[in-house]
Design a protein around this ligand. Structure first.
Ligand SMILES: Cc1cc2nc3c(=O)[nH]c(=O)nc-3n(C[C@H](O)[C@H](O)[C@H](O)COP(=O)(O)OP(=O)(O)OC[C@H]3O[C@@H](n4cnc5c(N)ncnc54)[C@H](O)[C@@H]3O)c2cc1C
Length: 477
């Protein structure tokens, strides 16, 4: 019988498959997408957040365990499991040589890339190159890989994994056959449920204006993370769950992005340099609350709470050069009135908002690389840093909508990546990546931590699954 079955084809699954293989297990990996779309959300990534006590090859200065932990604590508002968070943080100090062994190459962050030179190691060639390297390594080590293979059901005996039901499809998505695959142990790493619009709609419901906010959501990554196994484990097997279905990593992205797979180039990174107004031309949140990497993932949700789930990031020409320019140009005008007209906002209200903001801007020394002293006074909401008057033509506007990166509802786990039922761990069923990220991320996000969690728990899960497949355990179920 197969030793380890790995379900999913992104970073966490590949880390698990490679580790299990290194432990000498026979391993099969099932990826629901066709080969050309393999790699889930991981193929869209650029970096992982790493602690380091001294400068390393591509990482400057020091980023201690404590500082990483404090960053996480702040963005999650304390909704995090400290033991699991610290485990992932510590693992980030030593995982890169292992990643390099499997073909991943790193590069320093480029200037303008979200203040990350100290904290984040960038993948040379991006997440796509990382994924390709891992698949290459997995194939050469003898991991059996199947594409168009969606797992739709798990069979358990008590809390013990027995088999997975796989639906094989052809390239056009037509179902060819269904088959049960048995294995001694299993790692589930098949992402969140962010691609499942119906489920998101059910979770978010209607808002106070009678709208379904999800109608205006865009999914930044893969269409294949439908949450089939999260649902199967939650509803059929009554696994212990973690997280709120409405909590997700959500970014305000270019409203022109496609429904799926718009990826990184749809991000609009000038929010902290200007103001953001909703369809009613009103500001609604402190644009300068903290550094953008620590705040960009709350803006999707903030925009989701606005009427029509649409907002506009407004800057003047002083902001140009201080942020990574979006791929597609914004609306541009020589006057603020003209800009409001271009984007369809009520001109008097827009002018009132900008004038109020401008008159609240206090003198200060602008420095976008630190939490500077440029703030507003007497304006609600406050802008606490990088507040400069919007007064220098040309003016720009970028329309943004909520872009869902990944959901946080998932399976409860522990330091061995075990799945829990009735507060008891399974002997041979493990979980990694987005399917369990909610244990560490109750809410909020800090750039690069998704890959930190997926790499740490993918490796642990693979290791533990290989051990479980070899051990002669009594059935604890
Ligand atoms: C645009 C974008 C940019 C990002 N940038 C970064 C970044 O720079 N740094 C960072 O840390 N994080 C980033 N993230 C978040 C990051 O992608 C995730 O945290 C991480 O990739 C999760 O890895 P995973 O393996 O759990 O999921 P995924 O990589 O999404 O993999 C899930 C896999 O499971 C497969 N699958 C789904 N259902 C089934 C099923 N039923 N049967 C079989 N297979 C199934 C999918 O096809 C997919 O291959 C980004 C995400 C997006 C969308």
């Amino acid at each position: 019988m197969l030793d380890v079955l790995v379900i999913g084809g992104g970073n966490a699954a590949l880390c698990a498959a490679l580790m299990a293989k290194e432990r000498g297990a026979s391993v099969k990996l099932l990826e629901s997408s066709p080969k050309q779309w393999r790699g889930g959300n991981s193929m869209h990534t650029r970096n992982l957040r790493c602690m380091h006590d001294a400068p390393q090859d591509v990482l400057q200065e020091v980023y201690s365990e404590e500082e990483f932990w404090q960053d996480l604590l702040k963005v999650t508002g304390g909704q995090t499991n400290e033991e699991l968070a610290r485990l992932a943080i510590r693992a980030s100090a030593s995982c890169r040589p292992w990643m390099a062994k499997h073909g991943v190459r790193f590069q320093p962050s480029l200037s303008g890339a979200l203040h990350t030179a100290r904290t984040n190691a960038f993948f040379m060639g991006g997440g796509k190159a990382l994924i390709n390297a891992y698949y290459r390594s997995a194939k050469s080590l003898g991991v059996q890989i199947e594409y168009n293979a969606e797992v739709i059901e798990i069979e358990l005996n008590g809390y013990e994994f027995k088999a997975a039901k796989v639906r094989y499809k052809d390239e056009s998505g037509e179902v060819l056959r269904e088959e049960w695959i048995r294995a001694k142990s299993c790692v589930m790493a098949s992402g969140g449920f962010e691609s499942n619009i119906e489920w998101l709609k059910q979770a978010w419901g209607k808002n106070e204006w009678g709208e379904y906010p999800v109608d205006n959501f865009l999914i930044r990554g893969t269409r294949y993370n439908q949450g089939v196994l999260i649902k199967n484990l939650q509803e059929i097997h009554k696994a212990d769950m973690i997280g709120d279905p409405t909590q997700a990593h959500m970014v305000a992205i270019d409203a022109r992005a496609p429904l799926y797979d718009g990826g990184i180039c749809t991000r609009i990174d000038c929010v902290s340099l200007g103001i953001v107004v909703n369809k009613q031309a009103k500001r609604f949140y402190d644009e300068g609350e903290d550094f953008w990497p620590k705040r960009y993932a709350i803006w999707g949700r903030l925009v989701a709470m606005q009427p029509g789930q649409r907002a506009y990031s407004i800057i003047d020409s002083k902001a140009i050069g201080h942020f990574m320019p979006p791929v597609f140009p914004g609306s541009k005008a020589q006057t603020l009135e003209e800009l409001a007209k271009l984007i369809g906002l009520d001109i008097p209200t827009f002018m009132q908002t900008v004038n109020e903001y401008n008159s609240g801007v206090q003198p200060g020394d602008f420095d976008h690389t630190v939490l500077d002293n440029c703030r507003t006074s007497g304006v609600s909401p406050i802008k606490s840093h990088w507040a400069r008057k919007i007064d220098t033509a040309p003016f720009y506007a970028y329309a943004v909508q909520p872009g869902v990166t990944f959901t946080y509802l998932g399976l409860k786990t522990d330091s061995q990546a075990r799945v829990y039922f009735n507060k008891r761990p399974s002997r041979n069923l493990f979980v990694a990546g987005e399917m369990m990220a909610g244990n560490v991320l109750g809410k909020g996000y800090t750039a690069g931590v998704g890959m930190t969690i997926g790499t740490a728990f993918g490796r642990i899960a693979g290791d533990q699954a290989a051990l479980a497949s070899k051990a002669e355990y009594a059935n604890l179920g």
